[in-house]
Write a protein that binds this ligand. Sequence first.
Ligand code: FAD
Length: 384
Amino acid sequence: MHVAVVGAGAFGGWIAYQLLQQGAKVTLFDHWGPGHARASSGGETRLIRGTYGNDEVYTRLVAEAFAEWEGFQKRSGQQVYFPTGSLWLFSKSDDGYARSAMPLLQAQGLSLEEWSIAETRQRYPQVYLGDVQSVFWEKEAGYLMARKACQVVKEEIVKGGGQFQMEQALPGRIEGAGLTGLKLASGGRFHADAYVFACGPWMPKLFPALLGDLITISRQEIHYFGLPPLSKDYQSPNFPIWVDMGERVMYGVSDYDGRGFKVADDTREDPFDPSTADREVSAKKLQQIRSYLGYRFPALKNAPMTEARVCQYSNSPNGHFLLDQHPEADNLFLAGAGCGHGFKLGPSVGRLMAERIMNNTPTPREFQLESLLSAGIQSNQFEH
Ligand SMILES: Cc1cc2nc3c(=O)[nH]c(=O)nc-3n(C[C@H](O)[C@H](O)[C@H](O)COP(=O)(O)OP(=O)(O)OC[C@H]3O[C@@H](n4cnc5c(N)ncnc54)[C@H](O)[C@@H]3O)c2cc1C
């Protein structure tokens, strides 16, 4: 079977990779290249964590993803997964999310343990814990090198015999329950046996009738702060990744390679156009982040901002991904709505979609179009 995959981000890259592993012939398209600056998979790092509350489906998929990322870096000889551990801080919110995850993680051979405030203070005196009510430690969590991983996935696809084309590809006409082909921006058409669109925040514009109201794109800012000279206190691997489950969910990555201490706010911001919108950060957001940084990590109160990025989430109503067949075309498949938590799951998304396309195995119910269409609203990525 020849499958054309459009989009070489975390989803499309891994779908193409897993299809190739399962014996398909693959052609992967991207109009700006894997992990480019406007893609949701662009930028330096993404968190990988196993804790998904009481959600068994995600816990199983993320356990699979941990193993796949490790296997992938052995095969490619490129390190993309850095296990630093994760600190989970619960201040103003209930810690049921972590507590209910503990038995599920254990069943998958992953760990989450509760630390007392005193023990946490002793291990990480650089974190202010005055308002923190409970702390959990997830040993296997860490960060993934985001844009680098997308590039390595694409390189491995090409080494494995797949094709990559820098090209804008649009869906052709649907006729008699099938997509007739791709329209290429450089001219001409492209034909395959099956087509996958994994176009991240571009999905609603590519399929406006189906996805225009279902997937919303939100602007998100990420800030990096410089450490004091010779300071190792906030550097990887001395300091882990962290998730702060307070009134707002804040998260970040310790400094690696001198890139700065990363801080992000998971709150959904304004609607955003991934192709045309300016990516200037706002003074208001910087002020909020800086005030949080000084509060939670007091020694970084006056740390200079070294870098900032504007990226975008592709949000489904309930935070679940869309991994399904197009309702009007048997040879057309959709993979999107990675929300704020899809990157780490790229390998599992790839396997689910490859099995859907090659063997007709349905994806889990929550990822099917039907369940997204009937879903309630979720406000942050840590709700399941
Ligand atoms: C700020 C931020 C922080 C995040 N943090 C985390 C985290 O810590 N952990 C985690 O697991 N996830 C995280 N995520 C979510 C994760 O990054 C996304 O879910 C994931 O990257 C989505 O990948 P994708 O392949 O769907 O989309 P993208 O990476 O956007 O890829 C889509 C690709 O499709 C291409 N494309 C679009 N249209 C066309 C066309 N017509 N022709 C050719 N190519 C086309 C684009 O060029 C693009 O490369 C975060 C996201 C953001 C924005």
